[in-house]
Design a binder for this molecule. Structure first.
Ligand code: IVH
Length: 702
């Protein structure tokens, strides 16, 4: 809560003061609700929050005619029904990459062997059912269950210790021996089919709302304020992973599962230990056959490299491990009627046709919209308004229309005429995108660039979004209003608005924008005037430069001037600058082209300049800046014998080094293995430091 003077008691307020105070409280409580529910990051204690609500209620009791339409006391049952304290996980709870086909499984195995340089050696994996529930982390100290948490955003979850404590399958005390003094056991909380059916039947009989699927029911049952309600729901648990552990307790995933069993946890009996690609494919086929007979929902198979030392070497990319993948079962389908097709304009001008559908339930979720991808796709499938279509939904993927049921096509239907103009007020012509070689692609773009208000809005929305500048209180609605007013056209305008007394005065006069909400908005904007380099880069909205790539670039360039200088050189197609960019993890041709196009565009460059002028951009925290190689530019050349190139590169970058593919005077260290040729020669000519693979390993493990 912001620091404030001691608030006057409700009875001491004048009527006007009470009205102001109610407006302020409505805004403040709504902001806390947003932080709590949407961001999973509450900024006040439950007690402070409750005090705000009580104050609001007390003032309303004195002045009933001042109760606002948006009063927190009118939000029945919604917001803040569930108050759980945040828990920071000892080790982040990550997610898994998805695989959808045999080919994807093959690629996973090939990647593992490539990374570990195993040649044709078959790798041992576990293949475990992917249980469709919600994950939980259980903390045991000296073998005693001390805390249970939901996943939350992966870093911070909710404390649901009391609720988890009611699950019969979660031991209060670990059985057996050999458990670490501290261990976070992780697994899935779920509801069996029969229990789900019984729960819904009872709810229906009592006239209460029913749950759409067992997963929702499990989540709803766990997140109850009253643990007695959770206790009455037959929630179950399977252990399959762990977070923090004070001592190693297994050498393989399989041994870990055995250990969990010995400690008293249920482990999926269908889990198997398999070898090589055949093993992966066989396990999937077996589980797919078994699925209809299982008493609980599964939505795929999780493959994990069995050996933990190999898991350690494989490490993580962004938020998922390289050593595991979730192979999903095929999507579920349903039929419905296509009522209309809308055209949406994205941040980069690409237009996407969106199907508006008669609502239908697919795999437990009501679907009303689906993507139609692009004009070619509509033409290829000959999708027409009024058609009955087959809709498909897989996991969390956006629903898609897979086919038209031609027998049900209404008479006199006509093929869909894809618009040739942007639906924005400018009606700019849409152009087909071409590749570098001039070939046409399926993408159609509005050619209006940032002159197109639709693109601008998407651009601004991206800019203020959580993973970019994260400006609270500036959402779609406000941005549209400010855009219409002519106040905000580009990111820099947001910061200009915050110190434009005239506009702010106008804003205060507006309905729904009280003194406090304007003050909050200014505070939210000002809080982001100082911004980490990676957020700045991500916020620019360069195509293909997502959160992870922005972070890699920030760590590599270090500060804003170096980043901008490099980008200008990339835009001028300077070979050295392009090679440096190319050398970064997760960066390839698409990113280089996108950066060149973005910074090569004079309008964008001016927009960036204007933005930079408003900001203080913080230098990037180099990863592990305490390591001996942090900040150094490293080139690997010749064969490596103890690890693969990918592994060496990933390790170096994790330690804050920048890996480049070409030797230049900027190179700090050249790691040369047998067979090193021209790069080694160049290094010698430039007088660079050359080390062997062993010397390098000594440096990075020091
Ligand atoms: S392992 C580092 N094993 O799937 C990742 N996850 O998309 C550790 N899940 O959040 C997760 N069954 O909720 C793992 N046998 C299993 C699983 C499983 C279900 C869920 C889990 C996780 C999500 C990943």
């Amino acid at each position: 809560m912001p620091e404030r003077d001691v608030a006057p008691a409700p009875a001491a307020l004048t009527e006007a003061g009470a009205a102001d105070e109610l407006a302020r409280l409505a805004d403040e409580i709504a902001a806390h609700d947003r932080r709590y529910f949407q961001d999973d990051a509450p900024s006040v204690s439950d007690a402070d929050y409750d005090a705000l609500k009580q104050r609001n209620a007390a003032i309303e009791a004195l002045y009933p005619h001042l109760v606002r339409d948006n009063s927190p006391s009118l939000r029945v049952g919604a917001a803040r029904a569930k108050t759980f304290s945040p828990v920071r996980h000892g080790v982040a709870m990550l997610s898994l990459d998805n695989a959808f086909s045999d080919a994807d499984a093959l690629e996973f195995d090939a990647r593992v062997r490539r990374f570990l340089r195993l040649g044709e050696t078959a790798v041992a994996y576990t293949a475990e059912p992917k249980i469709d529930g919600l994950s939980a982390s259980l903390r045991y100290e000296e073998g005693v269950f001390v805390q249970g948490a939901t996943r939350g955003d992966g870093q911070v979850g909710e404390d649901v210790t009391d609720n988890l404590g009611t699950l019969k399958e979660i031991p209060r005390r670990l059985a057996g021996r050999g458990w670490p003094r501290l261990i976070e056991v992780r697994g899935e909380v779920y509801l069996g089919h029969d229990d789900f059916a019984a729960l819904n039947a009872a709810a229906a009989a009592a006239g209460q709302r029913t749950y759409a699927n067992p997963r929702n029911a499990a989540a709803g049952s766990l997140r109850q304020i009253d643990a007695a309600v959770t206790a009455a729901r037959p929630l179950r648990f399977f252990a399959y992973a762990w977070g923090a552990a004070s001592e190693p307790f297994a050498e393989s995933q399989w041994q870990a599962l055995e250990a969990f069993k010995a400690w008293g946890f249920p482990v999926t009996p269908q889990a198997a230990r398999v070898e090589g690609v055949e093993g992966l494919l066989g396990a999937y086929a077996a589980l797919e056959r078994l699925r209809p007979k299982l008493a609980f929902d599964i939505d795929g198979v999780v493959y994990k490299v069995d050996r933990l030392d190999w898991q350690g070497r494989l490490g993580f990319v962004s938020r998922s491990p390289r050593w595991a993948v979730a192979r999903k079962f095929p999507a579920q389908q349903a039929r419905t009627v296509l009522r209309g097709i809308d055209i949406q304009v994205g941040r980069t001008g690409a237009v996407t046709p969106v199907a508006r559908l008669a609502p239908v339930t697919v795999g437990g979720v009501v679907v009303e919209n689906a993507t139609l991808h692009n004009a070619d796709e509509i033409a290829r499938k000959d999708v027409r308004i009024g058609d009955t279509v087959i809709l498909q939904r897989a996991g969390d993927v956006i629903p898609q229309i897979v086919a038209v049921v031609l027998e049900d096509r209404p008479a006199h239907s006509v093929p869909f005429a894809f618009p040739i103009h942007c639906p924005c007020p400018l009606h700019t012509p849409l152009a087909r995108e071409t590749t570098a070689s001039g070939a046409e692609t399926v993408v159609r773009r509005c050619t209006g660039e940032l002159a197109c208000p639709f693109q601008r809005i998407e651009h601004l929305k991206h800019f203020v979004s959580r993973k970019a500048f994260d400006i609270e209180g500036l959402g779609d609605k406000q941005l549209r209003a400010f855009q219409q007013e002519g106040w905000i056209a580009e990111p820099a305008d947001i910061f200009r608005l915050a110190r434009d007394p005239e506009r702010l005065a106008k804003l205060r006069e507006r309905e729904g924008h009280g003194e406090t909400s304007v003050a909050n908005l200014i505070a939210a904007i000002e809080a982001r005037r100082t911004i980490p380099l990676e957020r700045f880069i991500h916020g620019l909205g360069i195509r293909h430069v997502g959160e992870a790539t922005a972070l890699t670039m920030a760590r590599s360039y270090g500060d804003a001037p170096a980043f901008l200088d490099a980008m200008d050189r990339v835009a001028a197609r300077d070979p050295e600058a392009m090679a440096d960019l190319d050398a970064l993890d997760q960066v390839g041709g698409a990113v280089i082209d996108a950066c060149a196009a973005f910074f090569g565009e004079a309008h964008n460059r001016r927009m960036v300049e204007a933005l930079v002028a408003e900001l203080t951009i913080e230098d990037a925290a180099r990863a592990r800046s305490d390591s001996a190689v942090a900040g150094k530019t490293v080139v690997f050349t010749g064969a490596l014998e103890r690890m693969t190139r990918d592994e060496a590169k990933a390790q170096a970058e994790a330690l804050g080094a920048k890996v480049s593919s070409s030797v230049s005077k900027k190179t700090d260290i050249v790691v040369a293995g047998p067979g090193a040729g021209s790069k080694l020669k160049a290094a010698a000519e430039l007088g660079l430091k050359v080390v062997s693979e062993d010397e390098w390993l000594a440096m990075v493990t020091a």
